[in-house]
Ligand binder design. Structure first.
Ligand SMILES: [Zn+2]
Length: 180
């Protein structure tokens, strides 16, 4: 069992966007956590899905397909991306239940290897329902990270102030000092 550290610069976003954040730019080179099943194990653990979902090559393939679909939907034209997201969602469904603890909804998968991919696509629908305008990409020039803006005023622009926020501030300052 891999206990590798999560190497990503941004974690903790909702599942759909956390999936997009498995790719990031480090010194001009795009890194990919989902390059292999070791990275998949790190991602599953980071999202509380380790042990309850398959972590093999099929699950990795499906998750990468979900990542492309969600990225296309966030970045581009809905009419092209919707069928891609839909194709992932086809692999699962929600079963409504009454349990001793009250009403419950449980996802069901014909093929459990689709579980993580389906959960990410489903989470994207939830974000669209909650606040589609708050699904954003970082305003940092070379940054390819995404976030769900939960700030009160909806004014978050950066993956993090420490990374892109400060860089932007520094380059604005530099531009100003050159003008003077
Ligand atoms: Zn950024």
């Amino acid at each position: 069992m891999s206990t590798a550290r999560d190497p990503r610069p941004l974690t903790g976003e909702p599942l759909a966007l956390d999936l997009l954040n498995t790719r990031w730019n480090r010194d001009g080179v795009v890194q990919d956590l989902l390059a292999d099943t070791d990275g998949l194990a790190v991602w599953l653990a980071a999202n509380g899905l380790a042990g309850t979902h398959p972590s093999g090559a099929a699950a990795l393939d499906h998750l990468r397909a979900a990542r492309e679909a969600i990225k296309a939907a966030v970045d581009g034209a809905p009419e092209q991306a919707a069928p891609l997201v839909d194709a992932v969602l086809e692999h699962g469904r929600i079963r409504a239940r009454l349990t001793a603890a009250g009403p419950a909804e449980e996802p069901e998968f014909a093929d459990p290897a689709w579980g993580p991919a389906w959960l990410a696509a489903r989470n994207y629908l939830e974000l669209l329902t909650r606040a589609p305008e708050r699904i954003r990409s970082c305003a940092g020039g070379h940054c390819i990270l995404y976030f769900f803006d939960t700030s009160r005023n909806g004014t978050r622009r950066w993956c993090s102030m420490a990374a892109c926020g400060n860089r932007a501030k520094a380059s604005r300052h530099y531009a100003r000092s050159k003008e003077n």
